[in-house]
Design a protein around this ligand. Structure first.
Ligand code: GAL
Length: 331
């Protein structure tokens, strides 16, 4: 018995060491757009249509959990944490819920984004909530006391009574929080969150362009709004417009990359600004969807060339980032 236990535990220890060594060996040394992106356990990151936000000194990445073998009655929002934006630890599913409002089979929970409200000390998650016709067009809200959850579903509504499908998150340099949402009959709206973040209180702009995957960045005095065309999971040329104020007026839309490249197969989800001690890098975060094997959908994160009203997502290639200095390198 004693001998059996020893051999057994030796085998277990060896397996554990081998799998840890494998996970370490798989750790990326650069951002590799379009490639599988292993987390600390060696699993491809499942945070699709997601968003990254920094709480204290840690970055959190929330997104759609689309692993194989999930319970089809549930919807899951994953949570990962990182200090450097490259190496991510899976913190579990921050939200895991059954159909909250009798939405029926193939109900939809997409594009989750999390804010932290300093006054209420609550983490507030917004997401697109819908039934399988996509006609409900609402946002849902869930809250938690901790960044990794568990989040608890609170309510759903149409922001400022408008239809809302894809949503995007924007927090300005002064800390004011906004939601970007696609209002199919009209265009692309930007609205300010209420004081407790549990509703929307003021519309800043309606950009009369039919865009989804909405994202905004404030860089050197200008706001850049990015979005994709309405082509479902298929990639299209994403475009951007510029304004000196969130209330506009917004410029005409221009391509973020040569249009024939279809944004290198990606769809915008967020523009992440990393301000370090020496410089600022703006990262285009996009999803490269694999509609038939959603769990293999990858990500295109590239530092953009930005300034003076121009924005360009360069050809994807490996790159590295130093979050402390704020600088990046394309090798
Ligand atoms: C895309 C949208 C995704 C998802 C998909 C479903 O246009 O950006 O979030 O809703 O359609 O077809």
């Amino acid at each position: 018995m004693y001998k059996y236990l020893t051999i057994n535990s030796l085998i277990q220890t060896t397996c554990y060491l081998l799998s840890s060594a494998l996970a370490i060996a798989q750790q990326p040394s650069s951002f590799n757009p379009g490639q599988l992106w292993p987390d600390a356990d060696g699993n491809h990151i499942q945070a699709h249509g997601g968003g990254v936000i920094k709480f204290k000194k840690t970055y959190y990445w929330y997104g759609e959990q689309r692993s194989q073998g999930l319970d089809s009655n549930l919807r899951y929002v994953s949570c990962y944490s990182s200090k450097d934006l490259l190496h991510w630890k899976f913190r579990g599913n921050a939200l895991q819920i059954t159909d909250p409002e009798h939405l029926g089979p193939r109900w939809v929970l997409e594009r989750p984004k999390v804010y932290y409200n300093e006054k209420t000390r609550k983490y507030v998650m917004y997401f697109h909530l819908d039934n399988n016709t996509y006609k409900l067009a609402k946002v849902g809200i869930a809250v938690s006391d901790r960044p990794a959850g568990p989040f608890v579903f609170v309510k759903s509504f149409r922001p400022l009574d408008h239809e809302s499908r894809d949503i995007g998150q924007f927090i300005d340099d002064d800390g004011t929080a906004y939601l970007v949402f696609e209002d199919r009959p009209f265009g692309f709206r930007i609205a300010r969150l209420s004081e407790d973040y549990m509703s929307l209180e003021k519309e800043m702009s309606l950009i009369k362009e039919h865009m989804e995957g909405g994202a905004i960045v404030h860089y050197k005095g200008l706001y850049y709004a990015i979005g994709s065309a309405l082509t479902g999971w298929q990639a299209n040329p994403n475009k951007y417009a510029v304004a000196t104020s969130l209330e506009g007026p917004w410029s005409d839309f221009k391509d973020v990359a040569p249009p024939e490249k279809n944004t290198y197969g990606a769809q915008s989800t967020m523009m992440l600004k990393v301000t370090g001690k020496r410089s600022t890098t703006v990262i285009f975060m996009g999803d490269i969807w694999k509609p038939k094997t959603q769990w293999e959908s990858t990500y295109l994160w590239m530092p953009v060339q930005i300034g003076e009203g121009q924005l360009r997502v360069p050809e994807p290639q490996p790159w590295t980032l130093d979050v402390k200095s704020g600088g990046y390198r394309i090798d």
